[in-house]
Ligand binder design. Structure first.
Ligand SMILES: [Zn+2]
Length: 64
């Protein structure tokens, strides 16, 4: 299975967060990313926001 990640620096937010989250499937990654966005950035968990997060998924491992 292809590893995917999301880099918080690519998501528009009010803080200069540099967290990257990686997972082996889309659903795990989406849940982790949504939880991070809600807890840390105060985003609302909406279908539109989840779509925005999905579009920021990248394949591979986070760059060091
Ligand atoms: Zn963040």
């Amino acid at each position: 299975m292809t590893r995917k990640y999301i880099d918080c620096r690519e998501i528009p937010s009010d803080s200069s967060c540099t967290v990257a989250i990686a997972a082996d499937n889309d659903e795990e990654l989406l849940e982790a990313a949504v939880q991070h966005a809600v807890a840390v950035h105060g985003h609302e968990d909406t279908p539109q926001f989840r779509q925005q997060i999905r579009q920021a998924f990248r394949t591979g491992s986070p760059p060091s």
